[in-house]
Design a protein around this ligand. Structure first.
Ligand SMILES: *Cc1c(COP(=O)(O)O)cnc(C)c1O
Length: 382
């Protein structure tokens, strides 16, 4: 199997990371065998023994992703949370994790609970406060800096290169959850990150029909080996069918993300001064405090995620979510269909998210239809 990084992202994506393969089936076969026969001398054929360690369809998808990320190796997992858990399990009791106060809520809460159980220290920083990240790192003790370049759901921007420098100064690794950007817009390894994580459930697959997680490493070191060991023996591997669907999804990631970004940009610009809103949170707006950093570390767009802060607080925001006709009221993100969600209701009483905030995952529908839907939902408020 041949892979190449000399091609553009779109070429590598469209060809599933194997643009030079000239013969054989044009699409990867779905290989469902769990176990592999041995030869009469008892050696395994092609080195494969059992599918928890070696499934060819999963390996194909890992190679495709690794090419898109420009990495030294990718691993797929049963979900994004399983991928994150594999990183956490590579830490040792006494190590410290540094992470933002506001980030993807389920993972933030899981890291806090896991840290208590595993004897890890936690240091939180405020991404919108200059110097907060650097101050939160404890030199010699922080082993992991966990960031999202686009913080869910405020879409504050973290400078990956600056975070990598700070982490490395303190003796920590930088892991970047780049789910909301996708490799089509941002490749954290190019900016100095050590490992990039994705909920492949979102943009990488893009069709809201499978759960998967992914890690890609910038170096094939001991930390990566212990993650790989945990993947095989912890057992949260991806099924062959999911890997096969994911391969298909990844072939159009650049087209879907480009269209979602264009739609989101139009929606953000349209609603920026709307009388029914207190704010439009989108890094593609020049007024957004993270615009310059986002422009530097993303290419071809600012992503399909944005949030609206509705004038009138909790009740008004919830009413807008009830009034939409085209947007689907649902959690998750990164699919071809546009979703709307009232985050504070989902996150519960300890949520740091303002209760006037609606999170929108913009899909690939017609932008005018999406704008008209939000307009009528907001008009019904006044
Ligand atoms: C969805 C999501 C996760 C968790 O991934 P699952 O595939 O749902 O387990 C982690 N980080 C971010 C930013 C996400 O959006």
């Amino acid at each position: 199997m041949t892979t190449s990084e000399n091609f553009a992202f779109a070429t590598n994506a469209a060809r599933g990371g194997r643009p030079l393969e000239a013969t054989g089936p044009v699409v990867a076969p779905l290989d469902t065998a769990t176990t592999y026969a041995r030869a009469t001398d008892y050696s395994p054929f092609e080195g494969r023994i059992y599918s928890r360690d070696h499934n060819p369809t999963v390996e194909r998808a890992e190679i495709a992703l690794n090419v898109l990320e420009g990495g030294q190796g990718s691993l797929l997992f049963a979900s994004g949370m399983a991928a994150a858990s594999a990183v956490l399990h590579a830490l040792h009791p006494g190590d410290r994790i540094c992470m933002p106060r506001v980030m993807y809520w389920s993972l933030r809460n899981w890291i806090v609970r896991f840290a208590e159980h595993w004897g890890l220290g936690i240091d939180l920083f405020d991404a919108d406060e200059p110097g907060s990240l650097e101050r939160a790192l404890v030199a010699g003790q922080s082993k992991l800096l966990w960031i999202e370049p686009l913080l869910n759901p405020t879409w504050d921007v973290i400078d990956i290169a600056a975070a990598a420098a700070a982490a490395h100064d303190a003796g920590a690794r930088l892991v970047v959850d780049a789910t909301a950007a996708s490799p089509a817009l941002c490749r954290p390894l190019d900016h100095g990150a050590d490992i990039v994580m994705h909920s492949a459930t979102k943009y990488l697959n893009g069709h809201s029909d499978l759960l998967a997680g992914a890690l890609t490493t910038g170096s094939d070191d001991d930390f990566w080996h212990s993650i790989r060991d945990y993947r095989v023996n912890g057992g949260a591997v991806l099924g062959a069918f999911e890997a096969w669907l994911l391969l298909r999804g990844m072939q159009t990631v650049h087209l879907r993300v480009e269209r979602a970004s264009q739609n989101a940009q139009r929606i953000a610009e349209h609603f920026i001064e709307h009388p029914g809103l207190n704010a439009v949170l989108y890094p593609g707006l020049m007024s957004h405090p993270g615009f310059d950093v986002a422009k530097r570390q993303m290419r071809g767009g600012f992503g399909g995620m944005l949030s609206l802060r509705v004038r009138g607080g909790f009740d008004a925001a919830l009413a807008v979510a009830r009034n939409v006709r085209l947007f689907v009221r649902a959690t998750s993100l990164g699919g071809v269909e546009s979703l709307i969600e009232h985050r504070a209701s989902i996150e519960g009483p300890n949520s740091p998210i303002p209760d006037d905030l609606l999170r929108l995952s913009i899909g690939i529908e017609d932008a005018d239809d999406l704008i008209a839907d939000l307009e009528q939902a907001l008009a019904a408020m006044r």
